[in-house]
Design a protein around this ligand. Structure first.
Ligand SMILES: NC(=O)c1ccc[n+]([C@@H]2O[C@H](COP(=O)([O-])OP(=O)(O)OC[C@H]3O[C@@H](n4cnc5c(N)ncnc54)[C@H](OP(=O)(O)O)[C@@H]3O)[C@@H](O)[C@H]2O)c1
Length: 281
């Protein structure tokens, strides 16, 4: 019997890559997402690659009542649960007052409440089966407010970063590591869904989901609490940490999400952006 893992948002992007890499390490992975057909593809891919672990698809919306308990029960049926990866996330970019409040609330539901529900449901098993790992996919957006661009998204990632750091201390003597991976730009469907109205420009230091997954898993295996990839991202994080708050707020507003992770060229000019968002909502 293999050890098991749960990965939320495993049908695409970073979550899919993490699920595949955990299966490659011999874990049976409960892969959770809404799109059944995409999960079936991930499972087929794992079989094709003949990895030592299995992908066990679980098609559901992770924000629904009881989702976390269903995932944990399925993992427990298949073997001792050793990994929880809270990866599923969303954003709706744009000036807050011009976006739909229902979508901002949905962002909080998915990015904040859901990881808490999954952590709560998995924790007793992760402690019983220690050593084990919790990996939360945060973002560079966690380190500063993101006016005119991703207010709710930034705040939701600040929440998960703070939660991860605090929980890592609580679980220190219980053999459960807690890691917050804070990626910059990763080549996935994410931006397209978050801001379909925005032109996408590739960044020179954008990484693939596979690279992001490898960095995150390595960080978690080494017991790192916060993982930030790359010199530019570390430098940005240091500036944001040490500069006065008023300066960071003003810069972020001026650049409309252009300081960390998101280059200015990715976004239309303010007036253009407001027009596009008006059309989109
Ligand atoms: N891409 C980036 O540049 C970037 C940078 C920093 C941080 N991140 C973070 O990385 C994480 C993964 O992002 P990604 O770029 O890989 O995004 P993605 O390609 O859009 O994938 C998101 C995944 O989450 C799943 N998902 C979304 N809502 C769900 C729900 N209600 N229930 C179940 N599954 C749901 C999606 O599957 P279904 O649609 O099949 O449900 C999909 O598998 C997110 O937390 C994001 O904030 C991304």
């Amino acid at each position: 019997m293999n050890n098991t893992a749960i990965v939320t948002g495993a049908s695409a992007g970073i979550g899919r890559a993490i699920a595949m890499q955990l299966a490659g390490r011999g874990f049976d992975v409960v892969a959770v997402a809404r799109r059944q057909e995409k999960l079936a593809e991930v499972a087929a891919e794992a079989r094709k690659q003949d990895v030592s672990g299995r992908i066990i698809p679980l098609a559901l919306d992770v924000t629904t009542e009881g989702a976390a308990h269903k995932a944990v029960a399925l993992a427990n049926q298949n073997g001792p649960l050793r990994w929880l990866v809270n990866n599923a996330g969303m954003a709706r970019f744009g000036e807050f007052g011009r976006t739909r409040i229902s979508e901002q609330l949905q962002t909080v539901e998915l990015n904040c409440k859901t990881p808490l529900a999954f952590t709560g449901a998995a924790l007793p098993h992760l402690i019983a089966n220690a050593p084990s790992n919790i990996l939360n996919i945060a973002s560079l957006a966690a380190f500063q407010p993101m006016p005119f661009f991703g207010l709710t998204y930034g705040a939701s990632k600040a929440f998960i970063l703070s939660f991860s750091e605090g929980l890592s201390e609580e679980l220190k003597d219980k053999g459960v590591t807690v890691t917050a991976m804070c990626p910059g730009a990763v080549e996935t469907e994410f931006d397209l869904l978050a801001a379909p109205q925005v032109r996408r420009a590739r960044q020179w230091d954008e990484i693939t989901p596979e690279q992001c997954a490898a960095i995150a898993l390595r960080g978690a295996e080494r017991g790192r609490v916060v993982v930030i990839k790359g010199v530019r991202h570390r430098a940005n994080q240091l500036i944001v940490k040490h500069a006065p708050r008023w300066f960071v707020r003003r810069e972020m507003a001026r650049r409309r999400g252009g300081v960390v992770g998101f280059p200015k060229e990715m976004l239309p000019k303010a007036e253009e952006s407001n027009e596009l968002i008006k059309k989109a909502v």
